[in-house]
Design a protein around this ligand. Sequence first.
Ligand code: FES
Length: 168
Amino acid sequence: MSETQGSDRNLSRRRWYIGAIYGLQAMMGAALAIPAAVYLLFPPKLKKEDHWVETADLAKLTPGTPEEVVFRRDRVDGWKVSSEKASAWVVKKNDAEVIAFSPQCTHLGCAFRWEARTKTFLCPCHTSNFSLDGKVVDGPAPRPLDQYQVKIEGTKVLLGPIRVSPEA
Ligand code: FES
């Protein structure tokens, strides 16, 4: 092998290594740039404000008697959508009107229950009492119970997002 042939072979090997290094750099750049481009070009899903969940049958509810209903609803968090368990206290006023309360007390968020004897919702944590229409009767709760948006379709009771009640 002549000296010129050895030098050519070293040169081509050097070019191959340089090409490989540039190729690796390009792959690493793409690996970083593609997720960044996806993040910038495809915004996360926004909360669907008009998401309704079927929770109860109007025909099976007794007027004036609250019933706790448990259901599943989708929770949208950025790009992730997960199904979570939720509940509500549903009160049928008549065949056209239903109210549904969020199950957390407006004081510090404890779960309350219906007391048939006193006809109030009672929070066991600090004994706040709420009337059938959610108003504070007694206790430290600063505002009425929060309510779900309610829609009636035929005999189906559909619940939407929770509306936070204003200060009393
Ligand atoms: S959390 Fe309900 S009264 Fe305090």
